[in-house]
Design a protein around this ligand. Structure first.
Ligand SMILES: CC(=O)SCCNC(=O)CCNC(=O)[C@H](O)C(C)(C)COP(=O)(O)OP(=O)(O)OC[C@H]1O[C@@H](n2cnc3c(N)ncnc32)[C@H](O)[C@@H]1OP(=O)(O)O
Length: 374
């Protein structure tokens, strides 16, 4: 687990990664009224990354489980902007996603898919962080590129080197890609954008969606805060025969997906694990405390009541949130601090970024006045 994070954190810096999960619960409404929701369970996973004494990054995802298949839906990613550039947010998101993927494989999953939709917003997990003057909020188009970068980091880690496509293959007709590789592609779809050529890094990536067959209301899942869910509910009552292909085609005309902001839908299928590979995996994964769902939600909601509108307020919010959370989870079965938090020492080479503020917020102290930006 350590390595998944350490390789993306600059050498000489360290981050504390907090990881909480909820117990799996029955999921009744992933496919609307369809019986496909039967036998599906879901569990929430929350990562909070702290540098010095303040949260710098957070991610929540929901894992849907049906027998040995897992869909990891990345629900919310956020940054506070208050870190010292120990790692990029895309790298931290990739490491959090890989931690969840590895946990699924260790549990015996054979098929794992990562899915998400990108909608840029000023904040998701750290309230008022967009007012702190340090946070870098990506535009809608910036966020689309950002997710490609992040998911590409993940994809590369799960494909053996010989299967990697070279940059030269980027513009190759996707028909050339072998049938086997086709199965394991990353998909990106942006309603209203006819060509995503400038976004896709290589031929592992394909414009469109992995799901293309069957009836839309039976095949297309509805995730929390899903921009396509309203449309799916509408057709459930009025046009229940609509095909998946027609659904995607007509989604571009819906107000929730074309009201000025670009919305990106992504999915990444990871290589299947054979039964032998699954059973021979070492069971050595012991990170992420599992909480009763009600307690998980209380803790999650309490994070959303804090403020991150300045460095000092954010540090205070981080401290009180963690103090109250640890007090609340201490009696949970299997509790140990090691399961809740791991301190990761970075071992990545630093990459220089000219664009960023060279003076990170945490380098300041009260005796050292902030230099004016030119
Ligand atoms: C499923 C979902 O959750 S989608 C919703 C995503 N979340 C949000 O929209 C919430 C608000 N947004 C954010 O918190 C942030 O914009 C995030 C988390 C999405 C990305 O955080 P960032 O700090 O921009 O990400 P990251 O560290 O990877 O940097 C991305 C780029 O911005 C540049 N950058 C980062 N900080 C700065 C800064 N302060 N000034 C200028 N450029 C900066 C980086 O150098 C990098 O550039 P590159 O791609 O050319 O290398």
């Amino acid at each position: 687990m350590q390595n998944v994070w350490a390789k993306r954190i600059v050498a000489g810096k360290s981050l504390a990664v907090y990881y909480l999960q909820s117990e799996a619960e029955k999921c009744h409404n992933l496919y609307g009224k369809s019986s496909r929701s039967k036998d599906i369970k879901f569990a929430s996973h929350l990562f909070l990354v702290k540098e010095n004494d303040v949260f710098v990054f957070g991610m929540e995802c929901i894992v849907y489980k049906k027998s040995n298949k897992r869909t990891i839906f990345v629900a919310k990613v956020d940054s506070s902007g208050l870190g010292t550039q120990a790692a990029s947010s895309s790298a931290l998101a990739a490491s959090a996603i890989e931690t969840v993927i590895n946990a699924q494989y260790e549990e015996g999953a054979a098929e794992v898919e990562v899915t998400l939709f990108a909608i840029s917003q000023s904040q998701y997990l750290f309230p008022e962080s967009s007012e702190n003057g340090h946070k870098h909020v990506l535009s809608d188009a910036g966020l689309l590129h950002w997710w490609v970068k992040c998911l590409e980091m993940v994809r590369k880690d799960y494909y053996p080197a010989e299967e990697q496509c070279s940059e030269a293959t980027v513009n190759r007709n996707s028909e050339d890609v072998s049938a086997e590789k086709k199965k394991h592609m990353a998909y990106m779809f942006v309603p209203g954008l006819p060509s995503l050529r400038s976004y896709l890094p290589n031929s592992f990536w394909k414009q469109g969606t992995a799901l293309q067959e069957g009836k839309a209301i039976e095949m297309i899942p509805r995730y929390p805060d899903d921009p396509k869910a309203r449309y799916l509910y509408e057709i459930q009552d009025q046009r229940s025969e609509m095909s998946v292909a027609e659904f995607w085609d007509t989604l571009s005309f819906r107000q929730e997906c074309c009201s000025g902001k670009l919305v990106g839908f992504y999915s990444l299928s990871l290589p299947k694990h054979t039964v032998e590979a699954v059973s021979s995996r070492k069971k050595n994964f012991d990170f992420g405390l599992v909480l009763p769902p009600k307690l998980y939600r209380i803790i999650y909601d309490s994070l959303l009541k804090r403020s991150f509108r300045s460095l000092s307020i954010a540090s205070q919010s981080t401290e009180t949130f963690l103090g109250e959370t640890i007090a609340a989870i201490q009696r949970v079965n299997g509790f140990s601090m090691d399961k809740v938090v791991q301190t990761i020492e970075g071992n990545a080479k630093p990459v220089s970024s000219k664009k960023r503020d060279p003076e990170p917020p945490q380098a300041l102290n009260v005796l050292q006045p902030r230099k004016k930006k030119k």
